[in-house]
Design a protein around this ligand. Structure first.
Ligand code: NAP
Ligand code: 2V4
Length: 785
């Protein structure tokens, strides 16, 4: 993270931005929150938290901070009364002023380490391949920040959405409600009262302030550049109710219409949207805030895991898939409600039929599930267990067994595997061991009657509390884990290091859990003090084809400089083991990784072993230096070259380095080094090696083009082109051949592997920081002609 300022910039410190910031911190990501306002809002636009939001806050241990908010079981659908009671520890709707929610989430997120910067108005945003730049007007002048990702939580008029070019299709308001908080008026409470001239709502709060809302039937929404005057509300109120409220003192005045807009996508590369920035809707029944908070909880763990390189490929894209669909449904129900609520006499018949339908329990429960967010089910295979995609069947925190046991890990924002007693319990628990960095395993010793979903041996729960998998087949569990998190190779018993989540409180009385290993952004490397102190001390390196030749010499040289070296090989297991043993004998650190390159799945196999080896030794999967050295030679005349030989040369020499770099960039931090081994034959003609030289020509393109892409991260990438260099080829045992080959070099000898390794080691060092995109001639003057 040397050159970027943070993993994620969240724009907007409303409840959604703050919730997201806290979730990102729990996931281990570093966060800067930029907020235009100098101070927290004093407006309480939204005042309802629904059952699912309450459950989510409970999962994070945040409910205590709300005190004991009043509960209102009765809600409405477009003004038609509706009980919201459903099975949940927090059924119904809970009245919490937005300022209170914001204060709670702000304290939580900043307590976890989110860096909240007020007085910053975002003015510019630019996406780059590996980072995003954000410009803002700050209190001290212009500010420019960089991050891996940016999330717009900056509301309906989102600057992030506009600057990043997201489309926001929909329609403007056709009708509106105008509302005010008024002190010093004595008027009767009215609950969605439909009068001949319009709709009137009045609710007196405990502090004596009355919130009034009014809509005159048939009156079109106005174009507004500012909030309405109190006089306009007082006049509408009088027109509809006949009451005079002009003597009251307006504390807050606001208009909201039935405008409806929905971003077509919630993600464009490194920029994401959440909350009202992604969806604008009439705030009927407090759904808007709840929708936004749930966006944040869905996104936080996925984005943190992605920014830290722990996510399975595609995990972040599931945010759009899951939340856009939920948003589409909520916008649909709000649009239906707006018509029922603000329609004049023409909707009376519809309302009366609707009222009858709500009398049926299944209809009521269906609508209540929709409004409270309890009915959300995320994507699941059709043949998956019915619990998959649903929220964790809820249990009270602290219950001795069963589902309550999941709450401990969830409180720290981690995934959890609940394993119930049964014959496969050990195998199921073992399957999650490779994800100990992201998922805690809780083996429930005994389940009280009714304490778990009957017949489910294990449940995998995502950090946002939704069931990712349920069943009893360890292979199915492994497949489900593969969809969410990359294997971290960590031993499940490894301890935690640096612990932002710890501040959120650990489970008090969880049954036998594997100790949680909380991910951190900067896992301290365990530097072996007995290792030689060179210019690469504390760095990690992968050298492909290091069992022999120049690869071996490079591995040995990098290890001498203090790097921990992954010695890659394919067929030469004994040779690689010998290289590792030699390095260790000299006081260095190395481990061997096997993978045949140029075959399907090669890169996956390589990185599985590499990451496991790195994680075991350093606690992290960070890779500082990549040397793409493995290669196959040709030695066939062009007229004899078969398509299969040609494909093989390209697969090993060009395709594998391309995809190794693609994959390695998730592990290479800023300031990293990439060296690709080419050949002098891209400049020196040898007709016997045309196809080979073509493959080396291809590999040289990596340095040219990637150098530009990776410059902003201070990662250098260069090609090193050896000339004829001694290796195991029997040619080097023939003195006449060696003499002939020597004559090609200005030094009148063939190259030795160490001649080239020293050049590679230089390019890997800090001294070479100013060289990138370069072709380095390592032919001993062969190209001089
Ligand atoms: P080498 O002694 O022939 O050793 C090749 C290394 O690459 C071995 O470690 C081998 O692993 C590995 N390797 C080969 N094919 C592989 C595959 N399909 N999958 C995984 N690993 C594979 O190599 P070298 O002569 O030092 O050459 C190193 C690099 O320099 C090559 O890219 C070569 O093209 C280039 N180069 C060589 C010369 C030269 O004259 N020697 C000149 C210019 C450029 P296992 O043995 O374990 O299978
Ligand atoms: O001519 C090379 C050369 C060669 C060969 O000799 C045949 C071999 C050993 O089978 C493959 C090979 C690979 C090479 O990369 C080179 C090479 O780099 C080279 C040669 C001649 C003159 C300059 C060179 O850089």
């Amino acid at each position: 993270m040397d050159a970027v300022d943070t993993h994620v910039i969240v724009v907007g410190a409303g409840p959604v931005g703050l919730m997201l910031a806290g979730e990102l911190r729990l996931g281990g990501a570093e966060v800067i929150v930029l907020e235009t306002r100098d101070a927290p809002t004093t407006e309480s636009r939204a005042s309802t938290l629904h059952a699912r939001t309450m459950e989510l806050l409970d999962q994070r241990g945040l409910l205590d901070g709300l005190g004991a908010p009043p509960r209102e079981p009765m809600g409405h659908f477009g003004g038609v009364p509706l009980s919201l009671d459903l099975p949940s520890p927090h059924p119904g709707q809970w009245k919490v002023p937005q300022i209170r929610t914001e204060e709670l989430l702000g304290t939580w997120a900043t307590g976890l380490g989110a860096d909240l910067r007020r007085g910053h108005e975002v003015t510019g945003l630019a996406q780059h391949p590996y980072h995003v730049t954000v410009e803002a007007r700050g209190p001290g002048g212009p500010v420019r920040l960089t991050a891996r990702y940016v999330v717009g939580c900056d509301g309906e008029r989102s600057a992030v959405r506009r600057l990043a070019g997201f489309e926001f299709p929909g329609h403007d308001a056709e009708r509106e409600l105008i509302r005010a908080d008024v002190d010093g008026v004595e008027i009767p409470n009215r609950r969605f009262q439909r009068l001949p001239g319009g709709l009137a709502i009045a609710a007196r709060r405990g502090d004596g302030v009355t919130r009034v809302m009014v809509h005159e039937f048939g009156r079109a929404a106005r174009e507004r550049s500012a909030e309405p005057e109190f006089a306009e509300i007082a006049e509408a109120w009088r027109n509809v109710t006949g009451e005079d409220i002009t003597g009251g003192t307006p504390l807050w005045v606001n208009a909201f219409g039935d405008a409806s807009r929905h971003a077509g996508r919630y993600r464009d590369r490194r920029v994401l949207l959440a909350g009202d920035a992604a969806h604008q809707q009439m705030p009927i029944g407090g759904q808007a805030l709840n929708l936004g908070l749930q966006d944040a909880v869905n996104l936080g763990w996925k984005l943190a895991a992605t920014a830290l390189g722990r996510a399975a490929p595609g995990l972040l894209d599931s945010y759009h898939r899951e939340r856009h669909e939920v948003g589409r449904r909520v916008l649909g129900n709000i649009s239906a409600q707006a018509r029922l609520l603000l329609g004049g006499p023409e909707v009376e018949a519809l309302r009366s039929v609707f009222g009858e339908l709500i009398g049926y329990e299944r209809v009521r429960a269906h609508l209540a599930g929709m409004i409270s967010g309890l009915d959300i089910r995320y994507e699941a295979d059709p043949d998956a267990h019915p619990l998959t995609g649903a929220r964790l069947p809820y249990a009270e925190p602290g219950t001795a067994g069963g589902l309550g046991a999941a709450l401990g890990p969830l409180r720290a924002g981690r995934g959890v595997l609940l394993v119930f007693p049964g014959p496969d319990a050990a195998a199921l628990a073992g399957a999650a061991r490779s994800r100990a960095g992201s998922v805690d395993t809780v083996t429930v010793p005994a389940v009280p009657e009714g304490g778990e979903p009957a017949g489910v041996p294990a449940l995998l729960v995502r950090p946002d509390g939704y069931v990712a998998w349920a069943g009893g087949d360890p292979a199915g569990l492994t497949a489900a884990l593969d969809r969410w998190f990359r294997a971290d190779g960590a031993d499940a018993s490894a301890g935690s290091a640096g612990d932002p989540a710890g501040k959120a409180g650990r489970p008090a009385a969880a049954p036998t859990t594997t100790p949680p290993t909380t991910p951190t952004t900067r896992t301290p490397q365990r530097v072996d003090r007995s290792a030689p102190m060179g210019n690469l001390t504390g760095k990690t390196a992968l050298v492909t084809g290091a069992s022999r030749g120049m690869g071996r010499a490079t591995a040995e040289r990098l290890a001498r400089e203090g790097a921990l070296v992954a010695v890659h090989y394919s067929t030469g297991a004994d040779a690689a083991a010998e290289v590792v043993a030699g390095i260790e004998k000299d006081g260095g650190r190395a481990f061997a990784v096997r993978a045949e390159l140029g075959v399907p799945g090669d890169v996956h196999e390589l990185f599985l072993a590499l990451e496991q080896g790195l994680k075991e030794r350093t606690g992290s999967t960070e890779l500082n230096i990549l040397v793409n050295n493995a290669g196959v030679m040709g030695g066939v005349k062009p007229e004899d070259t078969t398509p299969e030989q040609f494909d093989r040369l390209f697969a090993v020499n060009a395709k594998a380095p391309f995809f190794i770099i693609q994959r390695a960039l998730a592990n290479i931090p800023d300031g990293g080094r990439i060296v690709n081994i080419s050949s002098g034959l891209t400049k020196f003609a040898n007709p016997d090696e045309i196809a080979y030289a073509m493959s080396k020509g291809a590999v040289e393109m990596l340095a040219l083009h990637y150098a530009k892409l990776l410059g902003p991260r201070n990662i250098t990438i260069n090609s090193v082109a050896p000339g004829i260099t001694r290796n195991d080829n029997p040619l080097f045992d023939i003195p006449e051949a060696v003499e002939a080959m020597s004559g090609l070099s200005a030094f009148n000898r063939v190259g030795e592997p160490r001649d080239v390794a020293d050049i590679i080691a230089f390019l890997a060092s800090d001294d070479a920081r100013w060289i990138t995109g370069s072709f380095v001639d390592a032919t001993g003057g062969t190209l001089l002609g």
